[in-house]
Write a protein of this length. Structure first.
Length: 422
């Protein structure tokens, strides 16, 4: 089995994912994907005729995000026509999975150079949902479900799932608000210190006009007192009938957990931000890197996938972390930094508590609560973020994982390297 190396990682700034408000909202998702693909090729003087494949993640593959964005964006970025491309969906986890699959292809010897990554324009996906509702078609997670599957594995709204987990695990509103506050404070510090500048590439129009060169979503003015005043976000929708039988999001969870009196804890200040963005990661073999004069920044040590209860939906990161550590023959003490996606505050809080981690090693530059969560791209962003920080601190190993709809979590461990050591 060969080894797979990460040569570089780039991302766009994250724009507010709302039409008429976010700087990226008027762009085509293909343009965002092409922006990072072009940047990673130019930064590394990449001969794109030698890129074996592009593996791309998009969660909502509909409307302008449909049609194999991986291939189309590569062509838009000027890649050689011999560079193939495919697009995958593992809900929120796709951005890690695209890199993991790239690593598997390289490690197996089937490919030598792959550009992995993902894109999500949530400013578009919200509009898609509204259009479907207006047409009488309920989009996924809003009641369009397979009756047989829902009887066995009832699946609710993710926000309600987050509240259910917080209730079951006895987290307080104050504890979850602290996760949100910490995320904002750390992101503000990281932005002020320029820690994201190595990876962030600006989005421009074809004529060179700047669209966005910095993250739009962070709210550094956030206070604990302000968070405490926010109303829970999912109280109203928890009990809205989804069908003629009166099925509700709360009821779907109570089908499996009838004794849980779900309390509402999550709101806009302790949940991930709705944003637009894209990211790309260059993965290749040692032989390819040496032949083309590329200096690796990290080695992919191990990858894993994990499934968990689809009804609670968000609990797979802890077992995923344990699984990828076992595959690597490592312990938690061997990991210098962790990135756990802050889909909802309870996900990060449970991850830290269950694994008995120190917050000083977890999401040290903030997370998706402060910076936003462009679904299909986030995993690739986090991989780049942890490599940047390992380099800055001169540390060695990082573990990245995140929850995904359906009760899943991919995971990856990377090891910082500074070129090849003979």
């Amino acid at each position: 089995m060969g080894e797979a190396y990460i040569i570089d990682a780039v991302r766009t700034p994250r724009g507010i994912g709302k039409q008429g408000k976010g700087a990226l909202a008027e762009q085509h998702p293909q343009h965002l994907a092409a922006t990072v693909m072009k940047a990673i090729a130019e930064r590394n003087s990449l001969d794109t005729s030698t890129v074996d494949d592009v593996i791309w993640s998009v969660s909502t593959q509909d409307g302008m995000q449909a049609g194999d964005l991986g291939r189309m964006a590569a062509l838009d970025a000027g890649y050689d026509i011999t560079s193939s491309g495919t697009t995958l969906d593992r809900f929120c986890g796709g951005g890690i999975t695209s890199v993991n699959l790239a690593a598997a292809q390289v490690m197996s010897g089937m490919e030598d150079c792959i550009v992995a990554g993902g894109t999500e324009m949530m400013s578009l996906t919200a509009a898609m949902s509204k259009e479907k509702m207006a047409a009488g078609l309920r989009p996924p997670m809003m009641g369009s479900y397979n009756d047989r599957l829902q009887k066995v594995h009832p699946q609710s709204h993710q926000g309600i799932c987050g509240d259910a987990i917080a209730t079951i695990e006895c987290f307080t509103r104050e504890e979850l608000d602290e996760v949100g506050y910490r995320s904002q404070q750390r992101a503000a510090e990281a932005i002020g210190a320029g820690r994201f500048e190595k990876s962030v590439v600006p989005v421009t129009l074809d004529d060179g006009t700047l669209v966005l060169d910095k993250d739009e979503y962070p709210r550094p003015e956030t206070t604990r007192e302000g968070l405490a005043q926010l109303e829970p976000a999912f109280t109203k929708i928890a009990d809205v009938p989804l069908d003629k039988n009166g099925t509700t999001f709360r009821g779907l969870i109570n089908q499996k957990y009838p004794d849980v009196d779900i309390q509402n804890f999550h709101h806009a200040g302790n949940s991930s931000g709705v944003v637009d963005g894209a990211a790309a990661v260059l993965v290749c073999s040692k032989a390819y890197a040496e032949k083309h004069g590329l200096k690796p920044r990290a080695r992919i040590v191990a990858t894993a996938n994990m499934g968990d209860d689809p009804t609670l939906m968000l609990n797979a990161p802890v077992p995923a972390a344990k699984k990828v550590l076992a595959k690597a023959g490592m312990s938690l003490d061997d990991i210098d930094l962790f990135e756990i996606n802050e889909a909802f505050a309870v996900v990060a809080a449970k991850f830290v508590r269950d694994l008995e981690l120190d917050w000083d090693k977890v999401n040290v530059n903030g997370g998706s609560i402060a910076l936003g969560h462009p679904i299909g791209a986030t995993g690739s962003i986090l991989i780049g973020t942890i490599i940047d920080e390992l380099e800055r601190r001169e540390l060695k190993t990082g573990l990245v994982t995140m929850c995904a709809a359906g009760g899943m979590a991919p995971a990856i461990i990377v090891e910082r390297v500074d070129g090849f050591v003979d």
